[in-house]
Design a protein around this ligand. Structure first.
Ligand code: HEC
Length: 368
């Protein structure tokens, strides 16, 4: 959050700079300045084209916002997803080994950064770079949805983008600033190129803030990450988030296009209607429950890897034995739909009818 705030602030600042009023300032290398009022005081911020002639003693850096975001995010992922990989990361019913799923997830974080960094070094034309980056994000969203459980899939993409952003700060933006300072100390004229690169990465980061925020919060919205074609929903929402940043970034430079937020809102509504429609098909009135189909669902959804149910030849030990629990149809339907603790939710993975079928099957088989 702090990081996002800082990112918004500095892009606003950069785009609101005016040419310095005082001639001495311009001669001293000030490229732009901004008067601000906040919290009962006036601030006068000046940006030097490259660096001031004399380095000040005390300089505020902005990097721990990024590092702590990444470290805390990774820590949470470790506790909530990697340590619980068999239920939280692996798709329900998939026989991907949990340790392998964790390894793939971490490898993808590194791969995202490498792909992004190499691409940025090869392609400088933003008209090529942006579309390629967008396609890569969409591909990653799809790939994650194929590999991981729905909730983890969204977070995986968010973590990949978040890793790119933090790595931008660590490997690119901060070193460029160090170089600036080193050059000053050695009395050289600093090379402006790394600074320009760093600025470009920093702008990328700015566009990525809202998409990442979305995935960080999305764990609370099963109707979104559990929707049919959830990866497409995610890509659409991310595009809308970046679009929102574009509106503000243009607005700070004095170009306010009101049709942009209107188009964004229309697109957002369209996504909402789409998710809602897809939800409707899931929520259609259940057909008469079919025990044979329910048994097939029990097997294909992988219930047997966690539960014991003699009738289905299942001997899983992770969850309670269904033979012993002999649950009602309603209880099975509720657990399968919503999950509980280590029991994954299947809403969005199984249709309403499949859930009704498996519920009827389990409760009747367990009574045998
Ligand atoms: C990843 C392991 C896992 C899978 C897969 C799984 N479950 Fe569960 N299930 C559990 C765990 C663990 C619990 C206990 C949850 C709790 O009460 O905290 C549970 C609880 C339940 C309960 C409630 C039992 C009771 O008496 O409290 C039912 C019913 C149930 N599961 C049915 C199913 C069905 C049907 C499927 C397949 C669609 C399934 N489960 C798939 C782990 C799993």
């Amino acid at each position: 959050m702090t990081w996002i705030g800082t990112s918004f602030y500095f892009v606003l600042l950069d785009q609101s700079l005016r040419a310095p009023e005082a001639r001495e300032d311009a001669e001293a290398g000030v490229g732009g300045e901004l008067w601000e009022v906040h919290g009962g005081g006036f601030y006068h911020v000046q940006k030097y084209v490259v660096a001031p002639r004399l380095l000040p003693e005390h300089i505020a850096w902005f990097k721990w916002e990024a590092y702590t975001t990444w470290l805390s995010g990774f820590g949470l992922m470790l506790v909530l997803y990697y340590l619980e990989a068999s239920s939280a990361l692996v798709k329900p019913g998939d026989d991907l080994e949990p340790w392998l799923a964790v390894t793939i997830s971490i490898a993808l974080l590194a791969a995202a950064w490498i792909a992004y960094d190499v691409l940025n070094r090869l392609v400088s034309d933003p008209r090529v770079l942006w579309p390629v980056l967008f396609v890569l994000v969409a591909l990653s969203a799809w790939g994650a949805s194929e590999l991981f459980a729905p909730r983890a899939a969204w977070l995986q993409l968010g973590s990949m983008i978040g890793t790119v952003m933090a790595a931008n700060v660590f490997f690119n933006i901060i070193p460029a600033q160090r170089e600036l300072i080193r050059a000053k100390e050695e009395g050289r004229d600093p090379d402006p190129a790394p600074g320009i690169q760093a600025k470009q990465r920093s702008v990328h980061n700015n566009y990525l803030t809202l998409p990442v925020l979305l995935t960080m919060l999305a764990g609370h919205f099963p109707f979104a990450y559990g929707a049919a074609h959830a990866w497409l929903v995610l890509v659409a929402l991310m595009a809308i988030g970046a679009w929102a940043r574009l509106f503000y970034n243009l607005r700070h430079t004095g170009r306010t296009h009101w049709w942009m937020p209107v188009a964004g809102a229309v697109a957002f509504l369209a996504v909402a209607v789409w998710v809602e429609r897809a939800g409707d098909t899931v929520a259609a009135p259940p057909a008469a429950a079919d025990l044979a189909r329910g048994r097939a669902v029990f097997t294909s959804a992988g219930c047997g890897s966690c539960h014991t149910l003699a009738d289905a030849g299942a001997a899983g030990k992770v969850g309670p034995s269904l033979d012993a629990a002999s649950p009602s149809t309603a209880l099975v339907a509720d657990r399968v739909t919503n999950g509980l603790g280590a029991m994954p939710a299947f809403a969005g993975k199984l249709s309403r009818e499949e859930i009704a079928d498996v519920a009827a099957y389990v409760s009747s088989a367990a009574r045998k």
